[in-house]
Design a protein around this ligand. Structure first.
Ligand SMILES: Cc1cc2nc3c(=O)[nH]c(=O)nc-3n(C[C@H](O)[C@H](O)[C@H](O)COP(=O)(O)O)c2cc1C
Length: 354
C-alpha cells in the first residue's frame, strides 16, 4: 500500500494523495490577471493526478509583485479569472491552493526572459519597501523602510487577498514567508535592523508574520487549511536558522497554522546552498518532530520512490514536487507504474493506462 497515494485530511479538506505541486511563478500574468496559460498549466497537473496544486506566488498588492508578470489578487476581476481555473481543478478531484506573497526588497525585477536583476526607471521600476533600508545586493534598489502605518496596511492587504482567494474557490491558503521576500525580511536579523516592536528580538521579528496570520484568520474559514512556507535557514552567520524556524513553527501551530512548507535560502544572492536530493529534508523532519506539526518537504524531489521513503520514515507528511512537474505534468499518473497502485485515471485517458 503506497503512502504517497494515500489521502490526507487537513481540517475539512481531504487531499487524494500526498503529492503537492510547488508554487512556481509563471511570469505570464497581465496586471496580475490569470491567462489561458494558467488554466492549461494548472489544469494539466490536475488531469495529471496532483493532489494539491499550489498556485504560484500571488501578490497581495501591485507593488508587492516580483515582476510585471506575477499573478495578483487585489480586484474582483482577478477573482473571476481564478475561479474558472479552480472550478476545473476541483472537477478533476484535485485541491487548489494559492500562495499569497509580497516581494518586499525583491520586488520590481525584470522578467527572467529579459535577464535577471532590477527594472530600470525606463523599464517601469517602482519604489520597493522592506523592514529596513538595506538592499538585496549590488545594483539592486535601496528599499524604503516601512512605517508602522505601512506595515498595518500590508497586513490588511493579506487579509483582503485571503478573502478573495476564498471567493475564487481556493481550499488551501499558503503564506509565503520564505526566499527572502517581505515576510522573510522581517524574520531575518540580516535584513531587519528595526528598533521598534517589529525588529530586534525573535518575538519582535516574527510579529509581522504572526499578525498577518491573525488578519487572515478573520476572513479565511476555520475549516480550511493554512500553510506557511518558510526558509528554514538563510545559510549565513548571525541570521535566521533552523533553531528559530522550529520555535516559529511552534508559535504558528498555536495560531492554528496546519502545515509548514519547508524551503531554504533566498535572503542573499550568494548563499552557499548545495542542491541535491534531500538538501532541505532534514529541516522539514526536525520541524515536524520538534514542533510537532505537519510539514511539506520540497527540493529536488523527482521520483515516487523518494516520496514513499520520506513518508514511510515519518520525515514529512506531504511531498512537494517542483521542476519535476514542469518536466512531466502527468508525473502523478505515470509514477503509478513505479508504486503499483491501482488508481483512477481521467476517463478520457483510460485507454493509455497499461
Ligand atoms: C520557475 C520557478 C518558479 C518558482 N516560483 C516560486 C514561487 O512562486 N514561490 C515559491 O515559494 N517558490 C518558487 N520556486 C521554488 C519552487 O517552489 C521549489 O521550492 C524549488 O524549485 C525547489 O523544488 P524542486 O527541486 O522540486 O524544483 C520557483 C521555482 C521555479 C523553478
Amino acid at each position: 500500500m503506497s503512502i504517497l497515494y494515500s489521502p490526507i485530511k487537513i481540517k475539512d479538506i481531504e487531499i487524494k494523495n500526498r503529492i503537492m505541486m510547488s508554487p512556481m511563478c509563471q511570469y505570464s500574468a497581465k496586471d496580475g490577471h490569470a491567462k489561458d496559460w494558467h488554466l492549461i498549466h494548472y489544469g494539466s497537473r490536475a488531469v495529471g493526478n496532483v493532489g494539491l496544486i499550489m498556485f504560484e506566488a500571488t501578490a497581495v498588492l501591485p507593488k508587492g509583485r516580483i515582476t510585471y508578470g506575477d499573478l495578483g489578487l487585489w480586484t474582483q476581476e482577478h477573482v473571476v479569472r481564478l475561479k474558472h481555473i479552480t472550478n476545473f481543478i476541483k472537477k478533476q478531484g484535485s485541491v487548489p491552493g494559492i500562495q499569497l506573497a509580497h516581494a518586499g526588497r525583491k520586488a520590481s525585477l525584470r522578467l527572467p526572459i529579459d535577464g535577471d536583476g532590477p527594472l530600470t526607471a525606463e523599464q517601469g521600476a517602482w519604489q520597493i519597501v522592506a523592514p529596513s533600508a538595506i538592499r538585496f545586493g549590488d545594483n539592486y534598489q535601496i528599499p524604503k523602510e516601512l512605517s508602522i502605518c505601512d506595515i498595518h496596511s500590508i497586513q490588511e492587504s493579506f487579509a483582503n487577498a485571503a478573502q478573495k482567494a476564498y471567493n475564487a474557490g481556493f481550499q488551501v491558503l499558503e503564506i509565503h514567508a520564505a526566499h527572502g521576500y517581505l515576510i522573510n525580511e522581517f524574520l531575518s536579523p540580516a535584513s531587519n535592523h528595526r528598533n521598534d516592536e517589529y525588529g530586534g528580538s525573535f518575538e519582535n521579528r516574527i510579529r509581522f508574520l504572526m499578525e498577518i496570520i491573525d488578519h487572515v484568520k478573520f476572513v479565511w474559514p476555520d475549516n480550511l487549511p493554512i500553510f506557511v512556507r518558510i526558509s528554514a535557514t538563510d545559510y549565513i552567520e548571525e541570521s535566521w536558522d533552523i533553531e528559530q524556524s522550529i520555535l516559529l513553527a511552534k508559535e504558528l501551530k498555536k495560531k492554528g497554522v496546519d502545515v509548514i512548507d519547508v524551503s531554504s535560502g533566498g535572503l542573499t544572492p550568494d548563499a552557499p546552498v548545495k542542491y541535491d536530493f534531500g538538501y532541505q529534508l532534514g529541516y522539514a523532519e526536525r520541524i515536524h518532530k520538534e514542533a510537532n506539526i505537519m510539514t511539506a518537504t520540497v527540493g529536488m524531489n523527482t521520483t515516487a520512490e523518494q516520496g514513499e521513503t520520506i513518508l514511510r520514515n515519518d520525515m514529512s507528511e506531504i511531498i512537494v514536487y517542483g521542476r519535476e512537474l514542469l518536466r512531466n505534468p502527468y508525473f502523478g499518473l505515470t509514477s503509478e507504474k513505479v508504486v503499483h497502485e491501482n488508481m483512477e485515471w481521467p476517463v478520457q485517458y483510460i485507454r493509455a493506462k497499461i
